[in-house]
Design a protein around this ligand. Structure first.
Ligand SMILES: Nc1ncnc2c1ncn2[C@@H]1O[C@H](COP(=O)(O)OP(=O)(O)OP(=O)(O)O)[C@@H](O)[C@H]1O
Ligand SMILES: [Mg+2]
Length: 207
């Protein structure tokens, strides 16, 4: 569960976020929508501990958080290196068979030994999403994970996100694809003028 209370974030005296209260429960998918520059990534980065807020309180288990950022971040090296090294650094084991399984699912098995720098934008997004899933954290923040993906890959990502939810995970996803939000979300929030508003009623998915 995540609890946010009286969160405020300013950039150069400009109030970007102003959220009196927000509670997110485990085992649910929440979509965050809003115009460019509304503050969506800022909120996700604050929740993931990458940025600090100026005011307010957040209750969250930081050990259980993984962020799939809007701008992918990679080590210099191959796809395999980027999927193995983060876990090595944390003394965690990752099965190469598991990595290969995901590469196959996304149709990029042949890129296993390719340098990340040679990948297309969509291929990079796939590798970053695979890495996020491999972390197997209870809370996943996904910042526009399908923005550069084709239709088939987008559907794969949506299937995996729903599976994560069914495993009891909390997923907060930023998207500009309203249809996608309708397809997968338990609730849809919009950031507007810094505040976060729940789009209730017909927008909330019925199980
Ligand atoms: N380091 C910074 N210094 C000053 N202003 C910033 C900084 N980072 C972000 N901003 C501003 O804060 C606002 C919110 O940015 P944010 O990245 O959260 O938007 P967003 O909702 O994710 O937009 P998009 O849909 O384009 O990704 C923007 O107007 C942006 O220019
Ligand atoms: Mg953003």
């Amino acid at each position: 569960m995540i609890k946010i209370k009286n969160l405020k974030k300013f950039y150069d005296n400009r109030l970007i976020l102003n959220i009196p209260e927000l509670i997110l429960e485990t085992g649910k998918i929440y979509s965050l929508i809003g115009r460019n520059g509304a503050g969506k990534s800022t909120l996700l980065n604050i929740l993931a501990g990458i940025l600090t807020s100026d005011e307010g309180k957040i209750e969250i288990d930081m050990n259980e958080v993984i962020l799939c950022s809007q701008e992918p971040m990679f080590f210099k090296g191959s796809v395999a290196y980027n999927l193995i090294e983060p876990f090595k650094l944390r003394d965690e084991k990752i099965e190469i068979s598991k990595i290969r399984e995901f590469l196959k699912i996304f149709g990029i098995s042949e890129l296993e030994t390719s340098l990340i720098s040679t990948l297309s934008g969509g291929e990079k997004a796939k590798v970053q999403f695979i890495r996020t899933v491999l972390y197997n954290k209870k809370i996943a923040f996904l910042d526009e994970p399908t923005a550069s993906l084709d239709k088939k890959s987008t559907a794969l990502v949506e299937d995996i996100i729903v599976k994560m939810k069914n495993e009891g995970k909390l997923i907060l996803i930023i998207t500009h694809d309203y249809e996608q939000a309708l397809r997968i979300s338990d609730a849809i929030f919009e950031i507007d003028e810094g505040n976060i508003l729940e789009k209730r009623g017909i927008y909330v998915k019925k199980n």
